[in-house]
Ligand binder design. Structure first.
Ligand SMILES: Cc1cc2nc3c(=O)[nH]c(=O)nc-3n(C[C@H](O)[C@H](O)[C@H](O)COP(=O)(O)O)c2cc1C
Length: 379
């Protein structure tokens, strides 16, 4: 049974004003109160609130190249592995894949890894604009390639999406199902679309139901796969203290799940997360959303994956600015059989369906943490 309680303590006290302080915690966590929320560990308790405040502190005028890198690190990225390093060079910043942070089971061809680098690239480009710097992005040409963001000269610092960089989050909550104005949907599609990426908006109920069926079939396949579960568990951070220590991975509370002691989390995951129950949750969340959006690049290669990631991030920032929430439901692009069916349903031909998100209005959840700039800079 789940118990809803209002958190007054500091654990998640530093939520933004728009954030509901109601946080559903499992009966087990409720039984132990703050001690259980804080987790049981021999390590000194790390401070989630301090780490988050540092991560989201207002952007300074200088040193602006480092601040641009901090903006890049706030991008969405698969499993929050943060598979990136950054090299500040003369006249450019390189975004370098960190293959030690691959997720080979869910992402065997590094598609999501490069899409994550693409999302970071978009934040970097927008931050450069904020600091009055025009950019030229050179995409990777191979699966071990880097992205070079050349700073090509000064320009007017007109970056309307910049403020949304610290606000954007994956909100894996249930939304209110309300409709979004067609004009807003059209604007979002236009801002995300390029010559090389299409953002496909799905508001039609029968087509949405087809996509939900594909997501549920792939979610079942993944949750029935021991290797998938093990890889996912290795990136789950079951309480805020562990998250604050690691500054990566998927914080339980960021998915609306209970916080648990480090030793208990994996056990409870195995005991409680099963395909039937999870599918009910995913279906309800998808049906509570106002629309689904599928991103599809013209090429199925690292350059295309980066372009798709950039397109998603731009969409997400614009949606955030418009007061909308979003979350990924990528299961159907991660399992090959369902991805092929999805591509056929959407009439994509040979084009790859790169990512799926749902959008709508709903509560935000506690934020996931990032490693600081010093940890990701190549000196
Ligand atoms: C390529 C890519 C794939 C992702 N796939 C999923 C997914 O299938 N399910 C999900 O809940 N989140 C997914 N995410 C979102 C990440 O988990 C999220 O960005 C990360 O945990 C950081 O959290 P934030 O977006 O709130 O900053 C994906 C993100 C990217 C860039």
């Amino acid at each position: 049974m789940e118990i809803a309680m209002t958190l007054q303590s500091t654990s998640f006290g530093r939520l933004r004003p728009a954030v509901s302080r109601r946080f559903v915690i499992g009966g087990l966590a409720a039984a132990g109160g703050a001690a259980v929320l804080a987790g049981v560990s021999n390590m000194p308790p790390a401070d989630y609130d301090t780490a988050l405040a540092e991560q989201l502190r207002p952007f300074a005028t200088e040193p602006y190249l480092r601040e641009m890198v901090r903006a890049a690190t706030l991008a969405a990225n698969s499993h929050n592995t943060q598979p990136w390093r950054y090299r500040i060079a003369t006249g450019r910043i390189d975004i370098v894949p960190d293959f030690s942070r691959r997720t080979p089971i869910v992402d065997p061809d590094d598609h999501h890894l490069f899409a994550s680098l693409g999302a970071a690239t978009e934040n970097l480009v927008i931050a450069a604009l904020h600091y009055g710097q025009a950019t030229d992005v050179v995409a990777p040409t191979s699966v071990d390639g880097e992205i070079a963001v050349h700073l090509t000269g000064t320009t007017s610092n007109d970056a309307p999406l910049f403020d949304a960089i610290t606000e954007r989050q994956s909100s894996r909550s249930t939304y209110d199902g309300s409709a979004i104005a067609n004009e807003t949907l059209r604007d979002l599609v236009a801002i995300a679309g390029t010559d090389s990426v299409e953002a496909i908006m799905v508001t039609d109920t029968p087509q949405r139901e087809e996509i939900i069926d594909l997501v549920l079939a792939s979610n079942r396949a993944q949750l029935d796969d021991g290797a998938f579960r093990s890889e996912l568990k290795s990136w789950l951070r079951f309480n805020p203290n562990v998250a604050a220590r690691m500054k990566d991975g998927l914080l339980s509370a960021a998915s609306g799940n209970p916080s648990l002691p480090e030793w208990l989390g994996p056990l409870m995951y195995d005991l409680t997360v099963k395909a039937d129950g999870d599918n009910d949750k995913v279906a309800a969340q998808m049906r509570s959303s106002s629309a689904l959006v599928v991103f599809s690049a013209t090429t199925d290669d690292p350059a295309g994956w980066v372009a798709a990631g950039r397109s998603y991030e731009r969409f997400a920032l614009a949606a955030t600015r418009a007061g909308l929430q979003h979350a990924f439901v990528n299961q159907a692009v991660e399992v090959a059989a369902q991805r092929a069916q999805l591509q056929s349903t959407l009439g994509l031909g040979t084009r790859r369906a790169d990512m799926i998100i749902r959008i709508g209005r709903g509560p935000t959840l506690p934020r996931s943490l990032r490693r600081p700039v010093d940890d990701v800079l190549i000196s």
